[in-house]
Write a new protein. Structure first.
Length: 86
């Protein structure tokens, strides 16, 4: 009989702890805490995609600029070709 009373007390304490945690989370995050977390994660994903696209565009632009400058340097350093007119 004493064992059952201890189990009941342990269950009661555990349920009170769970209820307190739920009440605290409800107070901090509101009723739609899971939906809000999903929206926050989607916003982070969107920001990450935009930053990745900007980084890729910057790399492509830098590569294009380097190629243009290299071509121009090569044209300036090479001797002018002489065309023969007949």
């Amino acid at each position: 009989m004493l064992v059952m009373a201890r189990e009941y007390d342990a269950q009661l304490l555990e349920s009170v702890a769970v209820r307190r945690n739920r009440m605290r989370e409800s107070l901090l995050w509101g009723r739609d805490r899971r939906a809000r977390a999903t929206m926050d994660n989607l916003k982070r994903l969107g920001i990450g995609v935009v930053l990745a696209a900007v980084g890729c565009a910057g790399c492509v632009g830098w590569s294009f600029l380097q190629q243009m400058l290299a071509d121009r340097q090569q044209q300036l350093s090479s001797p002018a070709s002489v065309t023969v007119l007949r």
